[in-house]
Design a protein. Structure first.
Length: 392
């Protein structure tokens, strides 16, 4: 006989669980109404929305896919990953790797023609990169040229498409006159520059709002990169960024990661009715966790309390072989730590790829009072990329 709970037990169960009309559901909604004057910040994978409270209209800022320069620099960063992926495809016997290789070659030719200082200064025109346009042009040209040469040689001699050869002649060459800058450094540099812009704009925008961070309710909503990533404070770049942007006034226990929260579409916020409903919905989501916290504190007063963990990772050196936490970066020139972080974010499924450099960039921005020109970007600032040849 198939098991099903007795209806009377199911009824007792549903009286408490946070369904509509349940004790939990009613308490969550009540707390959301009581705290309707408190500010609420909802961060998605590409936008920030602040509901100031008291019925005031929301404030919005986009920071990722719709921003200048993100696609361009990320496309260059992907070159350092695309070649290893092609190598893996060839190892597995997938013939399509050659067609993909030719597609990359064709597109690199077109990008090299477009890549000029004028393009970065006048078309992309990212404020955080002001004064860096010449070096960015050099880095892009160098990365395209090295990738183009490596793929062309590999298409002529397939035995070059191995990971041993890839590391020695592309990713991590040592004292190579042909490849003076390892492509690993380029990847750190492009990641760093992208987050220099994102971090700079978010920090500036948030500080301009004059927010009451001690009352702020924060939800980091939805997917953050890979399906398995960004589910903890240590693995979600937004947590550290918001904490630093607040001047470390945001209490970590007021920030909740809600990977399964509903989508927050910015267009819905233009409709007053939809906007009001969305704000109340997210306030209830925040309190669906907060109510348990508040009641738990009263129920178990006198027992040790929970404190969210915010700490820097371990310091590594040449003897370090394995790590289980993201290592700390001592300086922009701490190359072993920077490269280890690149490996770590690819191996640890909980990590967002941006975590390789994001916390360091955020800290450096805050230490410089949010002045991007003073930030030393790993893989870029102190790296001598060959000059882009002048073209008529």
């Amino acid at each position: 006989m198939a098991y099903i709970p007795h209806p009377e037990f199911k009824t007792l169960y549903s009286i408490f669980t946070p369904d509509i009309g349940s004790i939990g559901g009613d308490l969550n909604a009540l707390r959301a109404r009581v705290a309707s004057d408190d500010p609420l910040l909802v961060a998605t994978g590409s936008d920030l929305v602040i509901f100031p409270g008291s019925g005031r209209p929301p404030l919005m800022e986009s920071f990722r896919n719709s921003t200048r320069g993100f696609v361009e620099l990320t496309a260059i960063s992907h070159l350092g990953i695309a070649v290893p992926f092609l190598t893996r495809m060839r190892e597995l016997g997938e013939p399509a790797w050659e067609a993909h290789a030719h597609r990359i070659l064709d597109q690199i030719v077109k990008v090299r023609e477009i890549n000029t200082e004028a393009y970065w200064r006048e078309t992309v025109a990212v404020e955080a990169w002001a004064g860096m346009e010449e070096k960015i042009t050099d880095m892009v040209e160098y990365s395209c040229a090295v990738t183009q040469d490596y793929i062309q040689r590999g298409l002529k001699d397939h035995t070059l498409f191995t990971f041993d050869h890839l590391r020695e002649h592309f990713l991590e060459p040592v004292d190579s006159p042909d490849i003076p800058v390892p492509m690993n450094d380029m990847m750190a540099g492009t990641f760093g520059l992208v987050f220099l812009d994102i971090g700079y704009r978010i920090i500036r925008w948030l500080r301009e709002q004059g927010l009451d961070w001690q009352r702020m309710m924060v939800i980091v909503s939805g997917r953050a990169g890979r399906p398995t990533a960004g589910l903890t404070w240590a693995t979600n770049t937004m947590c550290h960024l918001l904490w630093q942007a607040s001047g470390q006034k945001l209490a970590p226990d007021r920030l909740y990661l809600a990977a399964h929260a509903p989508t927050l579409a910015l267009d819905d916020l233009k409709d007053e009715t939809k906007c009001t409903a969305l704000e109340f919905q997210f306030r209830k989501i925040w309190f669906s966790t907060r109510c348990t916290v508040e009641v738990g504190r009263e129920m178990y007063k006198g027992f040790p309390s929970f404190t969210p963990m915010i700490k820097s990772g371990p310091v590594i050196d040449e003897t370090t072989q394995t790590i289980s936490e993201m290592p700390a970066v001592q300086s922009a020139d701490d190359r072993r730590a920077v490269m280890t972080r690149l490996r770590f974010v690819m191996e640890d499924p909980m990590q967002q790829l941006a975590n390789s450099v994001a916390p360091y960039i955020v800290d450096a921005l805050c230490e410089s009072n949010n002045r991007p020109a003073e930030v030393v970007v790993p893989g870029f600032t102190n790296i001598g990329y060959p000059r882009r040849p002048s073209r008529a």
